[in-house]
Design a protein around this ligand. Structure first.
Ligand code: AR6
Length: 173
């Protein structure tokens, strides 16, 4: 099975890349973003600060992704993506969330990676309903892996309850 759902702290995973659910500044925050920056050390913040801004404070628009090294993390790279804030579902949230997964997979391939772990992007402070987010994630990742038997994707949930939601999406795909 090239996609699996687990319960874990994503910062502990030895992967070619772990994905960060960041905000457009890429300068850190709470949730998984804070955990990744703490575990990677200050060099990660420096690397993020060095990424070009498309507007003041904007290094990564919603749905896009950027890559840095993993520094003190066991993961080789961090792929930073910015999920949509949930505004009820009528503001392109599903399309933007799908872009996060697809753009992260593109960067993994461009950097010759074969193992990647995603957190439940947008399912924390950004308020995306987890069952809807899981369905988008599974749809996009299945499609990305259709011609790619060599890549293993881990959906890294922070609680068993969230893992059950993602597992259900995998089981009903
Ligand atoms: N490992 C895996 N998952 C985690 C971890 C961890 N160490 N810590 C939290 N989660 P969130 P968002 C889960 O809020 O909704 C930040 O401040 C968490 O339980 O981190 O995309 C950014 O800077 C939840 O299920 O990300 C942005 O401002 C999931 O990760 C904003 O939050 C995502 O929750 C992004 O919000």
């Amino acid at each position: 099975m090239p996609i699996k759902a687990i319960t874990a702290d994503i910062t502990t995973l030895r992967m070619d890349a772990i994905v960060n659910a960041a905000n457009p500044s890429l300068l850190g925050g709470g949730g998984v973003d804070g955990a990744i920056h703490r575990a990677a050390g200050p060099a990660l913040l420096e690397a993020c600060r060095a990424l070009p801004e498309s507007a003041p404070g904007m290094r990564c628009p919603t749905g896009e992704a950027r890559i840095t090294a993993g520094f003190a993390l066991p993961a080789r790279h961090v792929i930073h993506t910015v999920g949509p804030i949930w505004h009820g579902g009528g503001h392109d949230e599903a399309w933007l969330l799908e872009r996060c997964y697809r753009n992260a997979m593109r960067l993994l391939r461009e950097h010759a990676g074969h193992t990647i772990a995603f957190p439940a992007i947008s399912c924390g402070v950004y308020g995306y309903p987890s069952a809807l987010a899981a369905a988008v994630a599974v749809y996009a990742l299945h499609d990305e892996l259709a011609d790619d038997a060599a890549t293993e994707v881990t959906l890294c949930c922070f609680s068993d309850a969230m893992r059950a939601v993602f597992q259900h999406a995998l089981d009903t795909k």
